[in-house]
Design a protein around this ligand. Sequence first.
Ligand code: HAM
Length: 414
Amino acid sequence: MTDIKLPKGTKDLFPKEIEKWHFLEDKIKEFYSRFMYQEVRTPIFEHSELFSRGIGSETEVVSKEMYTFEDKAKRSLTLRPENTASLVRAAIEHNFIEEIYPLRFYYIGPMFRYDKPQKGRYRQFHQFGVEILADDSAQADAELIFSANKFLDEIGIKGLKLLINSVGCKKCRPAYLKALRKVAKKAELCNDCKGKAEKNPLRIFDCKQQNCKKSTEKFPRMLDSLCEECTTHFDLVKETLDGFGIKYTIDTTLVRGLDYYTKTAFEIVSEELGAQDALLGGGRYDGLFKELGGPDIAAVGFAAGMERIILNLSDYHKPKIKKTIIIYQQPQFIKEAIKIAQKFWENGYGAFVEYSQKKMKKQFQRANKLGADFAVILGEDEVKNNHLTIKDMKSREQKTIQTRDLQKWQKEYL
Ligand code: HAM
């Protein structure tokens, strides 16, 4: 009788390595509660159609990598290759939009792709992902990217590079794809990419073959064909990232492997990982809710490969989080509000800015719903005089401090 071995592309985890998993999972929960995310868990298998419709039937993930099987009632089911489509399905099915606030979720769990195993690439791997639903603001994209970068930085991962791009929207992408197809059909490409030239020309940018890489150098780029709305959005993402003070590289070849993306796309790669260098990737997916039969809702998110993070892991700490909401009196004070929130997140404290509700009364209602401990209020006088009014949401006491004394206040009260 032959021995039964581990299936190819899977891993057994033993206590020493599990310590790192526990640390990483605890850190995800602690870190993302600072940004007011809540956990969701969806099933490990779903109806296959969810992924073919959600991710796109022409993608490698759907056409080549899915673990699909029929159950006893002849339903086609698939082990989830990713969690975004499942989260959107659950949000539509259980009416998250009306029921849960804030609409920010994270998940942690195994995903399955019939991929060629190598270092950092497995058939059963784990992702943690975060998603912001019902927020179409560029600030949400930038905050999400900032959080991803800060997360990896806080757990001590070195040699990080943040790549960003815009992949356009349903208004500007069709004309670009038409132009791309025309060029791709005439270009020198490997057989695989020749097949993609008509059906999915964007995927040619992902090919690792030297000849294809060389050919794509001359291909037109989505970034040069964006409509006004996508251009304005991307400019504001960059401006907000600049405000956060994080470095990024614009990579016009970054197209992502899943079809649901619109506007912002990004990845964080590690220079130490070799071929499988993407620690995390994500972007905006404003059309996915509608594609899956739901309302027209904008969303943005990312997912990180936990095995890849663990391969690079070194350091940690675990602070306890109190909730503070930053409230701005006038819409134009949103920039100041983000700056103040950044001083919380970077100093290790929890804060939340309501980007989609610009009325102060609404923001206070949201603060109550969130169970905030404190509200930092930015009114006209505060912004003009570099002051902050801080309200204790439990005792209702209010006091005004100088902005430069914020850290002193944080140390005393948080
Ligand atoms: P993805 O780029 O396909 O995006 O996967 C995200 C991350 O999962 C990758 O950057 C990588 O770290 C990890 N990963 C992917 N495949 C494997 C594998 N075979 N072995 C090990 N790690 C792997 C998504 O899955 C999207 N759902 C991300 C997203 C969320 N976009 C918006 N919201």
